[in-house]
Design a protein around this ligand. Sequence first.
Ligand code: ATP
Length: 345
Amino acid sequence: MSTILVGVSPAIQKIRDTLNRIASNAALNVIITGETGVGKEVVARCLHEASPRNKNEFVKVNCAAIPDTLLESELFGTEQGAYTGALKTRKGKFELADDGVLFLDEIGDMPFHLQAKLLHVLQSGEYSRLGSESNLKSNTWVISATNHDLRQKIKAKEFRADLYYRLNMVRIHIPPLRERPEDIPELIRHYTRVYSEAYADRHILPLSRDIFDRFCRFSWPGNARQLLSALKRILLIGCDEETLREILDEESPRINGSSPPPMAGNLLGQIRDLTDKSPDELADFSLRVVKQSAIDIVEREAISQILNMTNWNRTRASKILKISYKTLLTKIGQLNITRPQDAQG
Ligand SMILES: Nc1ncnc2c1ncn2[C@@H]1O[C@H](COP(=O)(O)OP(=O)(O)OP(=O)(O)O)[C@@H](O)[C@H]1O
């Protein structure tokens, strides 16, 4: 099943744009940054699937989960007899990901001594298995991800600046969900469909209007991962008011407003934040992207309102909007507009 990057926020639309531009040549190392659970692996998988390397492996290594002593052999493999107990030759992740993608998750946790080795592979395109003298050629697209601020780690001498620049040929930053609340309803709708299909025997009902609204107002410190586990739990086993208050930690800060706040506000907020950005972060910015995002936001809102007003009578809606029926259908698909009752009870 292919990976879908759900979201309508300008941030996600910009990521989709970048993704399409860089996946076709699959050559520049990419670093994906963002808090835990924002969807870094989703973006890495989308890059792989959209690239010419999609017939070959997507190999993931979690640099934080593997003990320091094992990470090196995990990455580069071991030659038979390299150490007592190395009974046979084992391929490393670089070799398994040849012609495919090597996804280095939690790269900020890679031990300092291994960072030098990784840099060497990235620069020379060559590496050798532990205990072997002969060089192997590496042809893998390296995509890494981190939820640390690597610039802080560089200052603290915990991360090599030269490796950072090598990994960071393209940077994709995914903002936390609380900064793109318009993605919350989309995630709820999409994953309600996914879970309904996966658990078809359970006759899953969509969230009630009240819970849907409360989900949309919550700030989700654990981002999409937290949202999805709460959604799945409620859809599968339901929950009483007390449990819901616990899940939504109703003492914690709210996103303002009732339903998701106006999207245009977010776009303007993002534009105002531009002054804080580094030239690197402005690489994907252009007036064209802003204009397109603004048009999409306004069109989506207008079409949704008219569809709701006409109770989703598309012929009437297209007449009011003064566009053809066919254009309306295309826009509904392109702008990912869904009927409220598809997601709410
Ligand atoms: N935009 C999105 N579209 C679809 N699914 C998403 C999106 N964002 C996150 N998810 C889902 O949320 C969960 C967490 O996402 P993912 O593992 O990609 O996050 P992450 O940023 O890599 O987390 P970590 O830093 O903890 O490794 C996954 O189940 C993923 O499918």
